[in-house]
Design a protein around this ligand. Structure first.
Ligand code: DAH
Length: 338
């Protein structure tokens, strides 16, 4: 075949494509020229018969033809395609594609919001290990040697000296033995107790500890205003706070802190056991004995401390009547809080 004949096929094929107006005829043209037994592959197969000096140019033009023909076929296909050959049209009535956005777990949300609120008061977040020793978890917190909380029926002991911490308070000891006042920290974390699980108890729960120590006098009034500020930021300005006298070995005086029940606005419901209040935290002025244990001079240092139950806060903030819901990872529950 000569170059001239090749060019003739080229222009003829394009003219044929231009002349059809119907998908089946177009497909027949594609098969005629480009199909496995089509004209173009046949011509290329016979290239060796083309005189050697013409062969490079012949090859080049054959490729140009293929490119032009494919482009013309595609363009024509789009022009003549029926609904059927184009594929389904856009259907605006189809439901949108569902995607599952993740959400933060309520326990994480309470911890993060609490850290943000206390950050505004100058508190930074400190951390400590889940496995503690007897000194940090009990002794330095001024717990008497035979206090019932140390009993194996209450505490998960790992060895004679090591245990799963029963409270986040030992992080106070770690921080005070490593740093000098002033100090403002909060410490969120897991805690462990041999409690039987029910609607309000779990053997593994979370606390947020707070500690303020300074060489300037700090009073119970400061503690109360700090916790009242926290309550209104966390629960809204209508939230009530109440302080009841209590005893903790590591604070003197000690208080228990109740928030008004968010679920029933203090009227009384199942969540608050009809009292209108929910116990949320223990708190108090750091006992001078604790300062002695960490090597501070109790005559020169002042401080207050508090410890919140995270699940308690989550339960009243989100109206969750059973603590176990927080651990079941049931999406039907968790996605409602997203
Ligand atoms: N650690 C106490 C508990 O788990 C809570 C607590 C009470 C923490 C008083 C404190 C505090 O820091 O001052 O019951």
């Amino acid at each position: 075949m000569t170059l001239a004949e090749l060019d003739l096929h080229h222009s003829q094929s394009l003219a044929e494509v231009a002349s059809v107006a119907e998908p089946t005829a177009l497909e027949q043209l594609r098969v005629k020229y480009l199909g496995r037994n089509g004209l173009l592959p046949a011509i290329i197969k016979q290239m060796k018969e083309v005189p050697a000096e013409e062969r490079p140019e012949f090859g080049k033009r054959a490729q140009a033809w293929r490119a032009a023909l494919e482009a013309a076929l595609t363009e024509k296909h789009l022009a003549v395609a029926t609904e059927e050959t184009k594929g389904p049209a856009f259907d605006p009535s189809l439901p949108g594609r569902w995607f599952a956005p993740g959400s933060k777990h309520p326990v994480s949300r309470v911890i993060e919001e609490t850290a943000a609120i206390f950050a505004r008061l100058g508190f930074t977040v400190a951390d400590g290990p889940d496995i503690e020793n007897r000194f940090n978890n009990f002794t330095a917190l001024n717990t008497p040697a035979h206090h019932p909380s140390m009993d194996p029926s209450d505490t998960f002991w790992l060895t004679d000296n090591l245990l799963l911490r029963t409270q986040t308070s030992p992080v106070q000891i770690r921080m005070m033995t490593q740093h000098q006042p002033p100090m403002r920290i909060i410490t969120p974390g897991r805690t462990y107790r041999r409690d039987t699980t029910d609607a309000t108890h779990s053997a593994n729960f979370h606390q947020i500890e707070g500690l303020y120590v300074d060489t300037q006098p700090v009073s119970l009034a400061d503690l109360k205003s700090t916790l009242a500020y926290y309550a209104s930021e966390m629960m809204g300005s209508k939230a009530g706070v109440r302080f009841r006298p209590h005893f903790f070995p590591f604070t003197e005086p000690s208080v228990e802190v109740d928030f008004s029940c968010h679920v029933c606005a203090g009227k009384g419901c199942r969540v608050c056991k009809m009292s209108g209040w929910i116990e949320i935290a223990g708190a108090g002025m750091v006992d001078p004995r604790v300062f002695q244990f960490v090597g501070y001079d109790p005559e020169k240092v002042y401080g207050y401390a508090f410890g919140f139950g995270v699940e308690r806060i989550a339960m009243i903030k989100y109206g969750i009547p059973d603590i176990r819901w927080l651990y079941e990872n049931d999406m039907r529950f968790l996605s409602q809080l997203a």
